[in-house]
Design a protein around this ligand. Structure first.
Ligand code: URP
Ligand code: ZN
Ligand code: ZN
Length: 491
């Protein structure tokens, strides 16, 4: 027998209506009014919304970065995601220097072995040699239909313009989409040493080394190139007026260009957060940096008016107080990895984290914890304030991510035939964010002490219950790889 979600209000990107939803096996089989119980397990959803599972298309689980690895992996990170109403995500495979795309993919497939929610991969290309160009069509056939290129992180991930343009041409030829981290890495790489030489070493100077102009400039460059290559482009983690304007211009010219912002950029500012004393500002160091109240208003307008299509997280979390225990010895002995095992030896042991950048902002690992908090914070800041309708919320957090990245209608909506990824959302329930209670493996929460109204009370993945209140029902290995299609729509 199936599971019948009764008496709830179904919210999709287009509608909000009273409906019962029947799930049999892993899919939705019937939607209707007053469906009979017929021996099914009934979930009473009176006063609740039924939302499609959230999709976070920008995550970095277990990422080697900034002299350490991000804390959350495909086990802990998945559990945290599901507690926040996210049932699928797309993580970035990184091509190793000198290696192939498939070398990177093999590494990420191993990382994903304990998966508890569904996942897919983008491919971050760091070295586009001829043999790598030739691998791209086989990637698409394996369901990895997006290429990511970094215009920042000089001498680490950054590629030059010729590489970016060539990648766009090849992606367009194979029905794939190109994603860019748009910041001018050469300018940042010039500003950073000058700031450090002037004694400006605190976390807030990370923002000064990456001003909004370099995001706007790089966004414009990528947008124009995508227009010339006629390649679908998706600009990740957009933060400011300058880049939104560049995207808006490209869209007005009819270029196939889209963009996302991430939850943190709506709520955090340099002044209030990065400038906090005693190195607390490091908790908020990410690239591009958090900006100003003005930019927050620009972002809310852009998600409302359709200039931006998606809200994601760029989840990439590190300890604030990391580097505890004999981590240097462990790192040497284990070639820099195995941090979960290291931390399991003693509850006080921690891999290195933000403290790596004490006295030098450029050495602070870049990234923030957000995978658990996205849906609740965006609902609270966007829907409760009247900026977004519940349907637009679903579109930005569930449906558009699935459409743009070739997963729709299997994912991203509640419809007959779709995967039964369902969130029972209580619009009146309150949630107070805290590192003491969250499920992410970090010692701080970006929104510590803030109380949001509206939260997931039950979460289902392909018909299986993952979350019920505070209880966890997921199992390692139950998360499945999502094979994505090519030629996805440009929205
Ligand atoms: O600070 C960030 N964003 N860290 C993760 C890597 C990236 O640039 O997306
Ligand atoms: Zn990035
Ligand atoms: Zn990222």
């Amino acid at each position: 027998m199936g599971t019948l979600f009764k008496n709830g209000t179904l919210v999709t990107a287009s509608d909000m209506l009273r409906a019962d939803v029947l799930v049999e096996g892993e899919i939705v089989t019937l939607i209707g009014l007053d469906l009979p119980a017929d021996g099914h397990t009934v979930v009473d959803c009176t006063g609740k919304y039924l939302l499609p599972g959230g999709i976070d298309v920008h995550t970095h689980l277990d990422l080697p970065f900034g002299g350490t690895f991000s804390n959350d992996d495909f086990d802990v990170g998945h559990k945290a995601a599901a507690f926040g109403g996210t049932t699928a995500h797309i993580d970035f495979v990184i091509q190793p220097k000198g290696g192939s795309l498939h070398d990177g993919l093999a590494t990420w497939r191993k990382k994903a072995a304990p998966a508890q929610i569904d996942y897919a991969f983008h491919m971050a290309v760091t070295d586009l040699r001829q043999d790598v160009l030739e691998e791209i069509p086989s990637l698409a056939a394996e369901g990895i239909t997006s290429l990511k290129l970094f215009m920042a992180y000089k001498n680490v991930f950054q590629v030059d313009d010729k590489t970016l343009f060539r990648a766009m041409q090849v992606a367009a030829e194979h029905g794939m989409i190109v994603m860019v981290h748009a910041e001018n890495g050469d300018v940042e790489n010039t500003l950073t040493p000058a700031l450090l030489a002037a004694g400006k070493t605190e976390p807030k100077y990370h923002a000064a080394s990456r001003p909004p102009e370099i995001e706007g400039e790089a966004t414009n460059r990528a947008v124009v190139m995508a227009g010339l290559a006629n390649c679908p482009l998706y600009v990740v983690h957009m933060t400011c007026d300058e880049s939104i304007e560049a995207l808006r211009r490209g869209r007005a010219l009819g270029y196939p260009v889209m963009g996302e912002t991430c939850v943190q950029y709506f709520f955090l500012t340099v002044e209030e957060h990065m400038a906090q004393p005693d190195f607390h500002g490091s908790k908020y160091v990410c690239s591009p940096p958090i900006r100003t109240k003005h930019d927050q208003q620009v972002l809310w307008r852009a998600v409302k008016d359709g200039t931006l299509q998606v809200i994601s997280t760029d989840h990439c979390d590190f300890w604030f107080e990391g580097g505890k225990g004999p981590w240097q010895e462990w790192s040497k002995a284990h070639n820099g990895g195995d941090w979960v095992e290291y931390e399991a030896q003693d509850p006080s042991y921690r891999r290195p984290g933000k403290e790596l950048g004490l006295g030098n902002f450029s050495k602070i690992p870049n990234g923030l914890p957000a995978i658990e908090d996205r849906m609740m914070m965006v609902w609270d800041g966007g829907v409760n304030s009247g900026i977004l309708t519940p349907s637009r919320f679903v579109e930005l957090n569930c449906t558009n991510p699935a459409k743009i990245f070739g997963m729709y209608p299997k994912k991203g909506t509640i419809a007959v035939g779709s995967d039964a990824d369902i969130v029972v959302w209580d619009p009146n329930a309150k949630h107070t964010f805290s590192a003491k209670t969250h499920h992410m493996r970090t010692d701080y929460n970006l929104f510590e002490g803030h109380t949001a109204t509206g939260k997931p009370v039950m979460v289902y993945q392909r018909g299986n219950k993952l979350v019920d209140g505070d209880q966890w029902f997921g199992k390692n290995g139950n998360g499945q790889f999502i094979k994505r299609s090519t030629h996805a729509p440009v929205l």
